[in-house]
Design a protein around this ligand. Sequence first.
Ligand code: UDP
Length: 334
Amino acid sequence: MKKTVLVTGGAGYIGSHTAYLLAQQGYDVIIIDKLLHNQPFNHNWCTLIKEDFANKDVLKDIFKSYNVDSVVHFAAFIEVGESVIYPQRFYENNVLKTFELLDSMLTHGVKKFIYSSSCAVYGNPIKIPMDENHPKNPVSPYGKNKLAVEFILEDYSKAYDLKYIALRYFNAAGAFPEAGLGEMHNPETHIIPLLLRAILSQKPFKIFGDNYNSKDGTCIRDYVHVRDISDAHVKALDHLEKTGASDFFNLGTGTGYTVKELINSAEKICAAKANLIYAERRDGDVDALVADLSKASDILNWKPAFSNLEFILKSALRWEEKVSLEKNEIITSV
Ligand code: UDP
């Protein structure tokens, strides 16, 4: 029999790619998402419920109407810099509402939970690459939100037999334009879409800080293709169903690129130069974030297949072009 999975934030960036893959793998997918970014989402492979993921009446209806077996929870505010300015909003949306969601799940006997965590739980690196035992000293309210929920999950799993897997993403990137899926934040803050748009339109691109501890002074990040992240969720859910073993895993590639290296690659792919502006550091950013992925590889048998930087950038570029075409904008690239 098909299993039903409830995906919160399933119309968002990583959520939509994962929901799509879950549907492809034979799950019945119900998405709860209030379409915060006004993004169009009219896919026929899922049931979409346009509501807040913590609305207890809506959750009650969902849990009573559908035989939900597990919840994959993406819905969250994600912008690190904004979390420094508006921590109250972030604690409310990312921690309190997750608490409400878990409460509803437990009330209705739903006990499998896959959680979108983040490498932001680690804070400034003491060693690179970072494994799951790296000390956790989150710098931003966003990172603290993610760690706070991990603590809740740990305690709930002991006390209430909740089975969970927390996946700590490094930098999700790329798109799956052929499936109509890609990054569509409003406003966009992530480097790859901003950089590609800046190069293609010949508008300035701001580098946030060039005095970090790295070979060229710009931040090092581990860019992992969103399709690989989705695959890890499917594997994590399968692992949880088979073993019931709660755990947490890093999702990254093990290779880091500086902002300048990323710019060089994007310039090659677009066959155009970026118009660079050097700006102040962004609040909450750390020098380097690079994953040790051995645990996910050993236990989940997860290996990134799409995370080559060129492939990531090309897929993101195709997505930008598709979105622009749909908006009837003229955009030029090779
Ligand atoms: N970044 C940048 N200019 C931008 C956006 C991002 O220099 O317009 C840098 C940012 O400071 C960080 C890296 O790019 O070092 C990745 O940032 P992003 O927001 O994409 O992801 P995050 O690391 O915050 O999850």
